[in-house]
Design a protein around this ligand. Structure first.
Ligand code: ABU
Length: 543
């Protein structure tokens, strides 16, 4: 494979250098430099990582190599936004393990050339999934925000650790600023909030439950679970599985997670919650926390937060809101009312890497009481958190966390917020809501599609079945369900094989496999929605 085939070329590199802020008119010196660069480029097959910086004389080769990497990435980014390009070139795991057209994932004892590394970079992207493609509708986190991407590049270049101000001065201050903004948006008073960015929504939910337990039983930190009564938490049956996982991790046990019944739209039934709490108490167990959901993963449902807050107050329970998916809706003046009551929560999970489109990963746990995070998790490692540093050590936030090293997830969010302003996020989110309504209306008109709920979507999730002609005349019931549950997986498998679109499916409760459309990809347009419907019909009509 030559450079052109790989998609990176000297011309592009040259163009980049010429248009960079630091370049000006061509001079003799520049011409010599260009020849020097050309030589370096042709020599990549004979050069190795050890020739790059910090190697002496490695400056030009480093520049040359990184510009080639940028070329590869730019080529990929442009393809990602091109609807005509395939979303993926699907291969089975065993094919990747065996190696494909020279793409060998095995590691060897000897170093590979820089040229080979560039080919490997190209191939890694070639066999991956273009999650920024307008027809990638598979996940709650999708899209490719160019500013966010620039933020991630900068973050990787800075390669620092969030645990102390000492080594991440700008990033730790940025984090406090963004957290403050999020408390304000939720509706918490200026001095109330505390928080941290964590590695994803599941970990943020884990924090919420950890802090809920610590608040009630601070002795847990020293004495462990043996000192505690049998404590119980509540989540809706549509709540995220990470709540059960957190209970397992924290030694609470999944048997002590009560799944509260939902209504047909997937919202927790508040009266059922209270009934469950009373039952648990009667059995001598001790309720301590309710996890409400604002934007459930599959159905996009919002639990009745005001009613749940009332119940939590009546029973003295911690209220955690998992708004990993729905939190972004707080930025929309049209739709933030769906989260009314979130301001009464004791803790909130909010993932900017979902609705707000920040590159993975970016998730916040927000706690409505200062000091609890630190009191719960602090271990005072003196090699890291020395109290006698020459600055305000409140900015050494590392001891609030359950981890030690912490990735910088904040910069890309900060940069995107700068680029869009709050109003930019709002417009983007409102557009997703409009697309969801459009999609719903189109499906409603078609007799070969059936909506899981007949009412307008509450969020950007739209759940539906495709009914091939042969199933349309079988009456609803067991026999039809047996057939219907095979349809979505078959269509999806074919879609992946052809690389035309990606959309998720799942069963849910008594409902057999159905498609879940979600809008969180800024590249998706109405034409992509129309395309997806046609594509499902094309792939499904003969099934
Ligand atoms: N709750 C994690 C994200 C799930 C999804 O993207 O479908």
């Amino acid at each position: 494979m030559d450079f052109k085939e790989c998609g990176y070329s000297l011309a592009n590199k040259e163009q980049m250098r010429k248009t960079s802020a630091l370049t000006f008119q061509s001079t003799e010196k520049d011409a010599k430099k260009d020849t020097h660069f050309e030589n370096l480029t042709t020599n990549l097959s004979n050069t190795y990582a050890s020739d790059l910086l910090p190697s002496k004389d490695g400056k030009d080769l480093t520049e040359c190599f990184l510009l080639q990497v940028v070329d590869i990435l730019l080529h990929y980014i442009k393809k990602s936004f091109d609807v005509k390009s395939k979303i993926l070139d699907f291969h089975h795991p065993h094919q990747l393990l065996e190696g494909l057209e020279g793409f060998n994932l095995e590691l060897s004892d000897h170093p590979e050339s820089l040229e080979q590394l560039l080919v490997d970079c190209t191939d890694t992207l070639k066999y991956g999934v273009k999650t920024g493609h307008p027809r990638f509708l598979n996940q709650l986190s999708s899209g490719l925000d160019v500013i966010g991407l620039a933020g991630e590049w900068l973050t990787a270049t800075a390669n620092t650790n969030m645990f102390t101000y000492e080594i991440a001065p700008v990033f730790t201050v940025m984090e406090t600023i963004l957290l403050k903004k999020m408390y304000e948006i939720i509706g918490w008073g200026e001095t109330e909030g505390d928080g941290i960015f964590s590695p994803g929504g599941s970990i943020s939910n884990l924090y919420g439950i950890l802090i809920a337990r610590y608040k009630q039983y601070p002795e847990i930190k020293r004495k462990g679970m043996t000192e505690l009564p049998c404590i119980v938490l509540f989540v809706s049956e549509q709540g995220h599985y990470s709540v059960r996982k957190a209970a397992a991790i924290l030694g609470i046990g999944t048997d002590n997670v009560i799944e509260v019944k939902c209504d047909e739209r997937g919202k927790m039934i508040a009266a059922e919650l209270e009934k469950n709490i009373l039952q648990v108490k009667r059995k001598g167990r001790t309720p301590f926390c309710v996890t409400a959901t604002a934007g459930s993963t599959v159905l996009g449902a919002f639990d009745p937060l005001q009613d749940i807050a009332d119940i939590c107050e009546r029973h003295g329970l911690w209220m955690h809101v998992d708004a990993a998916w729905g939190g972004g809706l707080l930025l929309s003046r049209n739709y933030s009312h769906k989260l009314s009551g979130i301001e009464r929560a004791n803790s909130v999970t909010w993932n900017p890497h979902k609705l707000m489109g920040v590159p993975l990963q970016c998730s916040a746990i927000l706690i409505r009481e200062k000091g609890l995070l630190e009191a719960c998790n602090q271990m005072q490692a003196r090699y890291l958190f020395q109290p006698d540093k020459p600055y305000n050590v409140d900015f050494d936030t590392g001891d609030k966390t359950i981890q030690c090293g912490r990735h910088v997830d904040i910069f890309k969010l900060w940069l995107m917020w700068k680029a869009k302003g709050t109003s930019g996020f709002e417009a983007q989110i409102n557009r997703y809501m409009e697309l969801a309504k459009y999609f719903y209306k189109v499906l409603k008109r078609k007799d070969n599609f059936q909506l899981v709920f007949d009412a307008e979507p509450e969020f950007t999730n739209v759940c539906f079945w495709y009914l091939p002609p042969r199933l349309k005349h079988i009456p609803k019931g067991f026999e039809r369900d047996q057939e219907l549950q095979k349809i979505a997986p078959k269509i999806k498998a074919q879609m992946i094989e052809e690389g035309t679109a990606m959309i998720s499916y799942q069963p849910c409760g008594d409902k057999v496999n159905f498609f879940r459309m979600v809008f969180s990809n800024p590249a998706t347009r109405q034409t992509d929605v129309d395309y997806l419907i046609d594509e499902i019909e094309r792939l499904g009509k003969d099934l």
